[in-house]
Design a protein around this ligand. Structure first.
Ligand SMILES: [Zn+2]
Length: 233
C-alpha cells in the first residue's frame, strides 16, 4: 500500500506524555503524544500490506485522544515538566470512637513503589487530630508504615487505632458517609517514574468530581474517573 497521509492535520496537543511498564503501578498513558510526533511517525514510512491501514487507525485514535485531552486537561492538573500517570486515592470513613471522630483512611497499603533503589511510600502523620500525608520517594532502604488494614474488611483508625469493622463500614457506606481522599500522584518526569504529594490544584480538581464532559461509561465508579486507586483502597 502506498504511503498514507492524513486528511486532517493534527491539532496542537498538550505536552508529550509517555509511561514505562516498570512496576505494578504502571498504567496506560493518559496524555497523548504531541501531534507533530504522531504526524512524523505517520509520514516516515512506506507501508506494505495492512501496515498503512494500521497506521491510519493508530493516527486517528491519537487524534481522538488529543481532542479528549483538550476537553479534559483542566481537570487533570500537573506540575511543569511532568506527565501524571495516576492520581492515587484512599477511601475515608469517620472513626467510631467518640473521643476521636476523625476522618481516617482505609488504605490497604502505604507502599507506592517497591522497585529496588527507588522505594516509595505514603507517610501518614497525625496533626491536630487530622491525618496528614506525605510521600517518601527515591529511597534505597526503609519501608512503608504498617497498613491500617488489620483484618478481613477491618481497619484501624490512623489517628487512635480504634477498629472500624466491616459491619460499621457497610452501614457508613449505606448512609453515604464514606469519602475519598487523594493521597499521592504518580508521574513521569524525563522518562522516570516519580511519586509526590498532591498539590492544592490536585485536591481541588479531585473534589470537583468527574468532569461532566466525560462519556457516561466513565462515570461508573467515582474512584476511577481520575485513573483510579493504585495501591490504596
Ligand atoms: Zn480514631
Amino acid at each position: 500500500m502506498a504511503q498514507q497521509k492524513p486528511t486532517d492535520r493534527p491539532r496542537k496537543a498538550p505536552t508529550c506524555g509517555g509511561s514505562r511498564s516498570t512496576d505494578r503501578h504502571s498504567l496506560p498513558r493518559l496524555r497523548p503524544r504531541s501531534a507533530s510526533h504522531a504526524a512524523k511517525d505517520l509520514n516516515s514510512y512506506t507501508y506494505h500490506g495492512y501496515a498503512g491501514l494500521a497506521r491510519d487507525v493508530s493516527f486517528y485514535a491519537e487524534q481522538v485522544l488529543n481532542r479528549a485531552w483538550e476537553a479534559l486537561s483542566a481537570d487533570y492538573p500537573s506540575l511543569p515538566g511532568e506527565a501524571p500517570v495516576a492520581w492515587l486515592w484512599a477511601r475515608t470513613a469517620t472513626c467510631p470512637n467518640p473521643a476521636c471522630g476523625g476522618e481516617t483512611l482505609l488504605a490497604t497499603t502505604w507502599w507506592l513503589s517497591k522497585k529496588v533503589g527507588e522505594l516509595a511510600w505514603i507517610q501518614p502523620q497525625v496533626e491536630d487530630g487530622r491525618v496528614v500525608l506525605d510521600v517518601v520517594a527515591g529511597q534505597k532502604q526503609g519501608e512503608a508504615p504498617p497498613s491500617p488494614k488489620v483484618g478481613d474488611g477491618v481497619f484501624a483508625c490512623v489517628i487512635c487505632a480504634s477498629p472500624l469493622d466491616g459491619k460499621y463500614l457497610r452501614s457508613e457506606a449505606s448512609a453515604g458517609r464514606m469519602g475519598l481522599r487523594i493521597t499521592s500522584v504518580a508521574a513521569d518526569v524525563d522518562g522516570k517514574r516519580i511519586y509526590r504529594p498532591p498539590t492544592k490544584a490536585d485536591s481541588v480538581a479531585a473534589e470537583k468530581g468527574p468532569p461532566k464532559t466525560l462519556p457516561p461509561a466513565c462515570h461508573s465508579t467515582p474512584t476511577r474517573w481520575a485513573c483510579g486507586s493504585v495501591g490504596t483502597a
